[in-house]
Ligand binder design. Structure first.
Ligand SMILES: Nc1ncnc2c1ncn2[C@@H]1O[C@H](COP(=O)(O)OP(=O)(O)O)[C@@H](O)[C@H]1O
Ligand SMILES: [Mg+2]
Length: 450
C-alpha cells in the first residue's frame, strides 16, 4: 500500500511538469519547422507512428511484468513474515532446509521476472533508438538535398536538423514516460481495491452507546434466534440456531474443533452477518439492536491466540483504556489472576512484554489478555478458548472473579474443558450444523464421545 501510494504520488509530481515542458518544446519546434518547410516536419515525425505502435505494445507487456513483479513481491513479504513469526517452530521441526529451499525458489522467481523484464526493455530501447537514428539521418539527408538544390542556406539547414532532433526528442520523451504512467495506473488500481472495500456502518452508534450506558445498571443480553449462517453459499455452518445469554450469566459454547464456536462469537460481534434469523443485543425490558459494528462497543473480546503487543505490560493494558490509573490496572491484573506473577517481575507492570510476549508463558499471556478485557469494562465479555492454557483451579478463579466484580456482566465462553462447564448457567453444544442447549447428561455424553 505504502509503495503503491508512493508510486502514484511520484508519477503525479514528475509526470505532469514533464508533460507540460515536453509539449511546449514539441509545439515550438513543430511550428518553426512547419513555417519553413512542411515536408521537413513530416519527415521528422516519420518515426512517430512506429514509436506509438511499439509503445502501445510495450505498454501491454509492461503491465504484465508489473503484475508479475507485484505478485512475487507479495509472496516474498508473506514468506518473510511467516518465517520470522514461526522461527522457533521451524527450528524445532528441523525445517530449515525446506524453508531455505522455498526462499531460493522465491528468489529465483523474482530474478526470472526481473531478467525477462530487463531483456524486453533493452530490446525495445535498441529498436526505438534504431528507428530514431534512421529518421535522424533521413532528416539530415533531406536538408542536405535542399541545400544542394539551393533552396535553403547552410544556416537554415543547421536550424532544420537541430529542430527536427528536438521534435523527435520531445516525442519520444513523452512516450518514455508511459511505463511510469502504466505502473502507477496499476498501483492506483490496487489502492482502489482497498479503499472501495465496504465500510462498517455506524448508523446505530448513538442508540448503541445508550444501551451500553444503561447496561451498567441492568446488564445486556445477547440473543441469537433462528440463525442460518454459511461462509460460502450452501455450506451451512448451522441452520435454525438459537441461543440466549442473559445479564449475570456465564454461557458456554462447547463442541469439537471446527464446528463453529469462533464463528458464533464473530457473528455476535457483528463481524459477519447471518443469512437468516437475527442476533440482537439489548437491555432487559428496554431497547435492543441487531449486532453490527455499532454494537461492538458493548463487548470486550479475548480472541483465540496471542494478542500481546510490544511495550510494557501497563502499555498493553492502556491500549483499551488510555487514561487508566495504576490502581485500575492493578485491580484488573488481580481479577485476572495475573498480578501474582506480574508482582514478581523486577519492574512489575512496567516490565517490557517484548515482541509478541515471548517472555511469558501461554497461560500468563492469556491472563494478561483477560486483564486487558476486564479493564475495558464492557458489559459483555467474550472469551474464545481464552483460558485453555490455564490450570483448572486458576481458570475457575479467573471466571469467578470476572463475574464477582460486575454482577450484571454477561460472559460468553467458547471452551473444550469440562472444568468450565460446571460454572456455567447454560451450556450450548455447537456441532452437526446445529446449536442445542445441553444438560449435565448431555455434557457427560459429549465428554464421553471425545
Ligand atoms: N473466514 C472463513 N471463511 C470460510 N470458512 C471459515 C472461515 N472461518 C472459519 N471457517 C470454517 O468454519 C468452520 C467453523 O470454524 P470455527 O468457527 O473457527 O470453529 P471452532 O468451533 O473450532 O471455533 C470450520 O470448518 C472452518 O473451516
Ligand atoms: Mg475456535
Amino acid at each position: 500500500m505504502n509503495g503503491d501510494a508512493g508510486m502514484v504520488a511520484n508519477t503525479i509530481l514528475t509526470f505532469l511538469p514533464n508533460v507540460v515542458t515536453t509539449f511546449i518544446s514539441f509545439g515550438g519546434a513543430f511550428i518553426i519547422v512547419m513555417q519553413h518547410d512542411p515536408w521537413m516536419a513530416l519527415i521528422a515525425l516519420l518515426g512517430a507512428p512506429i514509436s506509438f505502435l511499439t509503445s502501445r505494445y510495450s505498454a501491454k507487456r509492461m503491465r504484465d511484468f508489473q503484475r508479475d513483479n507485484q505478485n512475487v513481491a507479495s509472496d516474498r513479504t508473506v514468506f518473510d513474515q511467516e518465517t520470522f513469526q514461526n522461527l522457533q517452530f521451524i527450528k524445532a521441526f528441523g525445517m530449515l532446509d525446506r524453508v531455505t529451499e522455498k526462499f531460493h525458489k522465491i528468489q529465483q522467481e523474482s530474478v526470472d521476472v526481473a531478467l525477462k523484464q530487463n531483456k524486453f526493455q533493452q530490446s525495445m530501447t535498441i529498436a526505438t533508438s534504431l528507428v530514431g537514428q534512421a529518421v535522424g539521418y533521413a532528416c539530415y539527408g533531406f536538408a542536405a538535398f535542399r541545400l544542394w538544390q539551393g533552396d535553403i542556406s547552410y544556416g537554415t539547414m543547421t536550424m532544420f536538423v537541430s529542430m527536427a532532433a528536438s521534435l523527435r526528442g520531445s516525442f519520444s520523451g513523452i512516450l518514455g514516460l508511459m511505463p511510469m504512467v502504466i505502473r502507477s495506473g496499476i498501483s492506483a488500481e490496487r489502492i482502489m481495491e482497498i479503499t472501495s472495500l465496504p465500510r462498517d456502518s455506524m448508523e446505530d452508534k448513538e442508540e448503541a452507546d445508550a444501551i451500553r450506558e444503561k447496561g451498567r445498571e441492568c446488564g445486556i443480553y445477547v440473543h441469537m434466534d433462528d440463525v442460518d449462517f454459511a461462509y460460502e453459499e450452501e455450506k451451512w455452518i448451522y441452520q435454525d440456531a438459537s441461543f440466549h445469554a442473559e445479564p449475570g450469566e456465564i454461557v458456554a459454547l462447547i463442541g469439537p474443533s471446527g464446528q463453529g464456536k469462533t464463528t458464533t462469537l464473530n457473528l455476535i460481534l457483528g463481524l459477519y452477518h447471518p443469512q437468516k434469523g437475527k442476533i440482537t443485543v439489548g437491555n432487559p425490558g428496554g431497547d435492543e439492536l441487531r449486532a453490527s459494528s455499532s454494537t461492538r462497543c458493548m463487548f470486550s473480546y479475548i480472541p483465540q491466540g496471542n494478542t500481546m503487543f510490544s511495550g510494557t505490560i501497563a502499555d498493553n493494558m492502556r491500549m483499551v483504556k488510555p487514561d487508566a490509573t495504576d490502581e485500575e490496572i492493578w485491580s484488573a491484573l488481580e481479577a485476572a489472576c495475573a498480578w501474582e506473577f506480574v508482582e514478581k517481575l523486577e519492574n512489575g507492570m512496567d516490565t517490557e512484554v517484548r515482541e509478541r510476549g515471548t517472555r511469558f508463558s501461554e497461560g500468563q499471556k492469556q491472563r494478561l489478555s483477560i486483564a486487558r478485557a476486564i479493564l475495558a469494562d464492557a458489559p459483555v465479555m467474550i472469551l474464545d478458548e481464552a483460558t485453555s492454557a490455564l490450570d483448572v483451579a486458576t481458570e475457575r478463579r479467573v471466571l469467578r472473579s470476572i463475574i464477582k466484580n460486575e454482577p450484571h456482566r454477561t460472559v460468553i465462553v467458547a471452551a473444550h474443558r469440562p472444568s468450565v462447564f460446571a460454572m456455567c448457567d447454560h451450556v450450548y453444544k455447537v456441532g452437526d450444523h446445529r446449536i442445542e442447549e445441553v444438560d449435565e447428561e448431555g455434557i457427560r455424553r459429549f465428554l464421553d464421545e471425545f
